[in-house]
Design a protein around this ligand. Structure first.
Ligand code: HEC
Length: 171
């Protein structure tokens, strides 16, 4: 009887979640993904409400206040496993009010808008709720040190991420 009730309950929950059922799966190719994320209204709204206060509507941030620009830069981080984890764990992202699914979408939206060349490479791997969930709870002990470490790895590969001046330039 208990097992039956459980099954019925799970079934009911499944039927009662039209949002999950109606959600369009992420398309397979980078070209389709770019259009999918650029057109994602939920991600746009979440970015404007949760992130744009600091990162600005144009993704340029405020270099002199220690908020690095996303423009032609943030895509570089997605190429490195530790860069992806850093993007999820920075306090502005990890501690935001949105859930893992929404944060994954916003990160993909940020890359689509401000580093679209990453999708043109054909090698972009979109963030998923599972990837966000796996990293999000691991607090970065020293954000600036991790950013500097990643910057060095990228520079050795000849990639140039945006300036991050926190703790530098007389701040
Ligand atoms: C209160 C200001 C603030 C808000 C709001 C904020 N951020 Fe940030 N963000 C920062 C700062 C400052 C940095 C630089 C790293 C640090 O010191 O945390 C940063 C860095 C980042 C980075 C890494 C960029 C790089 O080049 O190192 C990502 C990705 C990011 N934020 C995503 C987000 C997302 C997604 C949101 C919204 C859900 C968000 N942030 C909201 C202030 C903010």
């Amino acid at each position: 009887m208990k097992a039956y009730l459980f099954t019925a309950l799970v079934g009911a929950l499944f039927i009662l979640s039209p949002a999950t059922q109606a959600k369009r799966p992420i398309p397979a190719t980078n070209a389709e993904q770019l259009a999918y994320f650029l057109g994602n209204e939920g991600a746009y709204k979440d970015y404007m409400l949760q992130c744009a206060g600091c990162h600005r509507f144009d993704g340029k941030g405020a270099e002199n206040r220690g908020i690095p620009s996303f423009v032609d830069s943030i895509g570089l981080f997605t190429r490195l496993p530790e860069g992806r984890s850093y993007m999820i764990r920075v306090p502005g992202a990890a501690q935001s009010q949105i859930n893992n699914d929404e944060l994954a979408l916003v990160l993909n939206w940020i890359v689509a808008n401000y580093s679209p060349e990453e999708y043109q490479s054909g090698h972009y791997r979109p963030f998923t709720a599972a990837e966000v969930g796996a990293s999000r709870g691991h607090r970065l002990a020293d954000v600036a040190a991790e950013r500097a470490r990643l910057e060095q790895i990228m520079q050795e590969k000849g990639w140039q991420p945006a300036n991050y001046l926190y703790g530098r330039a007389g701040r």
